[in-house]
Ligand binder design. Sequence first.
Ligand code: ADP
Ligand code: MG
Length: 444
Amino acid sequence: TWGRVCRDLEKTIGKNNYVTWIAPLEFHALENGVARFGVPTNFVGEWVKRNFGDRIVEHLVRNGVVVDRLEFAVSGAKASVAAATRPAPQPEARSDVDLPGATLDARFTFETFVTGKPNELAHAAARRVAEGGAVTFNPLFLYGGVGLGKTHLMHAIAWELRERVPEAKVVYLSAEQFMYRFVQALRERDMMGFKSLFRSVDVLMVDDVQFIAGKDSTQEEFFHTFNALVDQGKQIVISADRAPGEIKDLEDRIKSRLQCGLVVDLHPTDYELRLGILQQKVDMYRQQYPGLVISDGVLEFLAHRITTNVRVLEGALTRLFAFASLVGKEITLDLAQDCLADILRASERKVTVEEIQRKVSEHFNMRLADMVGPKRHRTIARPRQIAMWLAKQLTQRSLPEIGRRFGGRDHTTVMHAVKRIEELRATDSQIAEDLEMLRRTLEG
Ligand code: ADP
Ligand code: MG
């Protein structure tokens, strides 16, 4: 039922609100008219209660759930980040024109695409295709990890071409939509229609082509469409999450076809690119939230800390602006840290027990092997205890797991070490200093 309620909510509150606020909720239980949800932070819970509470209740009731109150508790879930990284649902296929493409996102243009070292090649290639001149490389194959701008670039090409060459039939769709079209044509026994439709386009762009891997008849049809268009000298643009050769369960003949043109990758973003993207988004938000002030250093902080993907970065900024505009506050570093605690936590660099052992043994000038070895002399045992304490503080490992990584020691040994170091930290300033320093270097 919650799934159904979610879909209804998405329709009434809009996709952006949905992704930012509702998707992170975990439905836990329903008791005595109280619906309980897990939320990533208190902030998300309060916001949802205040802004969407009534509507959630309303939709639950409409779906036959007896409920009159909502309760939110922090569950430590990283769901909001998962939601922020989840690909946006594909827009509906255009019904007004009899082209088989999807609607284009108005925000995804060349004007809004920020370039930097990691994406300049992909950007230049996309620009070239968008000029609409003679086909110089076919296909253009763009690949890279999630949220690095593949879809954005493809939409930008389509927008630009529509403007420059309005008579050209430009079709953009996801590989998934291609498959649905194909299956539908099979079901309706209209393969002729399908073939003539796809073979009549001037520019074909297929997004996330890895989707058709392992789907044999769709691959086959894709291959024929591809060849027919290339033979006619029509431009093709393809994207995928990895290089053609690395897509598993994709036929070899398709792989080699995909490699025939220009293959360019979008590299993971670097600090400057992230900062540039943030600055650009802030300029856009300024129109939506005039008068909102953002303190120096906040964007730098975000660009430094959220390195996973651009979609998460954007999600963080959206939430920050929404919150700041609600409470009418300036966006300060403190506010950002509070409001984005869950996202920041999920983006933290993960420290391993092995790394801790290495750093600590370097720091105390002892052999790494002694970390996990049997020696019990103080000069070795104490650093070992310190490493255990750090492992407890900086990793998600349980006491038994930590013990195992220290040469198979018992969890009570680890517990004792953690306690001992806690005591020393309060009484011995030298140890306190060592701990602080080690913690800082480990957390990078
Ligand atoms: P992909 O298709 O590679 O998973 P998207 O194209 O959907 O990624 O990009 C994810 C989000 O990040 C979009 O909102 C997009 O506008 C934004 N984005 C990614 N790269 C850039 C960039 N270089 N400049 C501006 N926005 C970007
Ligand atoms: Mg995409």
